[in-house]
Design a protein around this ligand. Sequence first.
Ligand code: NAD
Ligand code: GLY
Length: 351
Amino acid sequence: MRTITVSASKSYDVRIGEGLLDAAGALLRETADGQTAAVVSDETVAALYGRRLTKTLAQNGYRTEPYVFPVGETSKNAETFLSLLDFLAEKKLSRADVVVALGGGVAGDLAGFAAACYMRGVRFAQIPTTLLAAVDSSVGGKTAVNLAAGKNLAGAFYQPDAVICDVSLLSTLPQEVFLDGCAEVIKTGIIADRALFDALETPVPAQLEDVIARCVEIKRDIVAEDEFEHGRRKLLNFGHTAGHAIELLSGYQTSHGRAVAVGMAIATRAAVRMGLCGEDCLREVLAMLRRYELPVSTRYGADALAAACLSDKKRDGGVLTMVFPAEIGRCVLRDVPVGELESVIASGLEV
Ligand code: NAD
Ligand code: GLY
């Protein structure tokens, strides 16, 4: 088992290893001394792993209260969030008790936001079951639900008390969901680590634990420096401006990972046209996305994408901060005036 400690407003350990689900009760006991664990997961994950988690929780003195919601991004909304808060109240969770997200980014974002709000904050643990959640969403404390106007528009920064990443749980992921997570791994390489990017020439499953650990280390460093996203943390949003717009326009039928992949392709093409990076960088980004069977183009036009972007939370007054590659392993932030957004996106669309 590897342990990576994140030091932010809260300090906590990310445990990564094989078979950790069955030790989750004991690992949780290190940080949460309550009696009840509210376990939040979607129907698929609850059926696959709920019983094993309940068993280890019981062995360590926790009563489990399962909250199970329908699979998918469309559950990450205000209605499910309020229903989860009501559930926590009905089950009489106290501040000493713990909310556990068992699942992908949807379960983590939803459960984390509820844990942040219920009684103004209860203990919270993440047990990621997708690659995306393992390498990105379970670490760093961003929690949120979507509103009709856009992605993640209601949320909080709320760090977990523990992250328990059992890499063997990823073996049941459908291939396309695994590849969604590869998009975030590729993103991490492009923004921060040329060596990680190059290592992705070897398929991720052949080096799963190493890849997860490296992504978590990189995120740990960024979050330690800029927990509340005033500066460097914005780099983690590479591909997300157009990506969130694609998710919104598709009614969340396009997955987050695939939308971010297209968003990275758009931002990199635009970067070439803005003189921020060279054609070689673009070629490498597109080749890596294609290697992991991720899309690099969209059917939506620049006008629709720009309009959808403007409902996204990352607008700051009259500008939107976008992330562009300067080279593989290093990205830069640029403030794009709202009036220029459509032409920047247009320059990033494949013609
Ligand atoms: P998800 O949680 O919907 O999971 C994807 C699918 O995989 C679901 O159908 C789920 O049932 C299934 N699944 C999960 N684990 C499984 C397993 N072990 N075996 C079989 N099936 C399994 O989606 P996701 O891709 O994990 O997360 C996407 C979400 O994460 C988006 O809402 C995105 O905005 C959010 N996100 C948040 C952050 C953050 O920092 N908070 C970062 C990146 C993404
Ligand atoms: N996934 C973006 C962030 O955590 O900042």
